[in-house]
Design a binder for this molecule. Structure first.
Ligand code: DP6
Length: 325
């Protein structure tokens, strides 16, 4: 068995929409920060005795759509490696209970790394990033630690992520769990509907490229306020495109708005903090280490302490010298 660990990431410039659904090529380039704390460990063991891939997640044998997504990915691994062996895949998500975090980014990054090694494929970071992308787009970025850019590219070979800054500055992400339950509309389905029906979608794509061009110098200069302003605006633009879809939809809940308002209030009090929101109701607040306690204190008036989780920049994918159970 080969096993790997990968951490989740949070996008500051979002990936929202595919140009090619088969290859998972995005409409726009995106940029994220890999986080510590939340990670997935996955082991892959090809076995002659198996007649299909067996997926055990957090001790439970997977079936249905989630198992199919993994099998589809393993089919690609067999196609690339020329092997006909099915595998036993054991995966553990290390995410705080009911934290409501998507595990597809860390999950497919860890699976890509473990499977590539055990099936004898190219394990260079760029190759792993391309491969992880085929499982879930955002997984292409979890191959690296710190700030990571996913180049949209024009084909399979040119669409991969690369590190842009190791984030060795005291940036923190406070995750606010508004609702830990599974989301109703998957990001895959939500982004497809937005691409196909939202009249705002072309503007979203154009503006994201501008946002990306603006945020990169801010990251290089460790200019926290510019970074935060651009990330917050980019997230709102993505959510605006969803509101304009047909039928319209939103992932926001009451608690989502509460956190957004608190961020604006904290800023008015001289505390720099900016939010971002993915395809769910939970909110991530970016801040600098000296302000974490003040922000947490403010939010603890609205949310229980277990719903407030502070994370730091995290590392890239790594191989494990122990099996996953
Ligand atoms: C809102 O990577 O989960 O988190 O490629 O269909 O598996 P698929 O989608 P996924 O989408 C992530 C969407 C997002 C923004 C982001 O992470 O960039």
């Amino acid at each position: 068995m080969d096993a790997a660990r990968a951490y989740t990431n949070i996008a500051l410039i979002k990936y929202w929409g595919k140009r090619d659904e088969q290859l998972i090529l995005p409409m726009n380039s995106s940029l994220s920060l890999t986080l510590d704390t939340f990670y997935t460990e996955t082991g892959v063991e090809p076995l002659k005795a198996l007649h299909e891939d067996e997926v055990v997640m957090d001790g439970v044998l997977l079936s249905g759509a989630s198992a199919e997504k993994v099998r589809h990915f393993m089919h690609l691994i067999r196609e690339k490696s020329g092997s006909r062996l099915f595998a036993r895949i054991v995966t553990r998500n290390h995410v705080p209970v009911a934290a409501g975090f998507a595990s597809s980014a860390s999950g497919f990054a860890a699976l890509a790394a473990a499977a590539a090694r055990v099936y004898g494929l190219d394990c260079s970071p760029a190759a792993l990033s391309r491969l992880a992308r085929r499982g879930s787009g955002s997984a292409s970025r979890s191959i690296y630690g710190g700030f990571v850019k996913w180049l949209k590219g024009t084909d399979d070979a040119s669409s991969y992520a690369l590190p842009v800054d190791p984030a060795r500055w005291p940036i923190r992400v406070l995750s606010v769990v508004v609702n830990g339950k599974a989301k109703r509309l998957s990001s895959r389905a939500g982004m497809k509907r937005t691409v196909e029906t939202s009249p705002f979608y072309p503007a979203w794509v154009r503006q994201s490229e501008k946002d990306l061009a603006g945020i990169e110098p801010a990251i290089r200069a460790h200019d926290f306020e510019s970074l935060g302003k651009i990330a917050e605006a980019n997230a709102l633009r993505m959510h605006a495109a969803m509101l304009a879809a047909d039928p319209p939809f939103t992932y926001w809940e009451e608690g989502t708005l509460t956190v957004m308002r608190r961020a604006a209030y904290l800023r008015s009090q001289g505390v720099p903090c900016y939010f971002t929101i993915d395809a769910g109701p939970n909110v991530k607040l970016f801040c600098l280490q000296p302000h974490v306690n003040r922000i947490r204190e403010d939010l603890s008036r609205f949310f229980p302490s277990e719903a407030l989780i502070v994370t730091r920049p995290g590392p890239g994918v790594a191989y494990l010298d122990h099996p996953v159970q």
